[in-house]
Design a binder for this molecule. Structure first.
Ligand SMILES: [Zn+2]
Length: 88
């Protein structure tokens, strides 16, 4: 029966779409530095880059990358308070 098959197709597609984040990890990675910078600057990064925010919330890997990036940016911000030592 065609009706039944179409219905099953719809269910499968719906499940697929629910599972899959709207952006891929590659897409997320391209914007995650911007997202992290905005977060550090106290801006609403989630409002500016809602897809990245959603992906980070769903994807453990990108969430870890984001947190690592935040740490790195914080460390860089601290370092930039001092004049870089170009000697030696
Ligand atoms: Zn991801």
């Amino acid at each position: 029966m065609h009706y039944e098959r179409d219905f099953l197709k719809m269910v499968v597609l719906a499940a697929k779409n629910a599972d899959r984040p709207l952006v891929t990890c590659d897409d997320c990675w391209e914007q995650v530095d911007q997202f992290a910078e905005m977060t550090l600057a106290g801006k609403d990064a989630g409002a500016a880059l809602p897809l990245v925010k959603e992906h980070i919330e769903k994807c453990g890997e990108c969430s870890a990358e984001f947190n690592a990036l935040l740490d790195a940016l914080r460390a860089t911000a601290r370092l930039s308070l001092f004049k870089p030592d170009t000697g030696s």
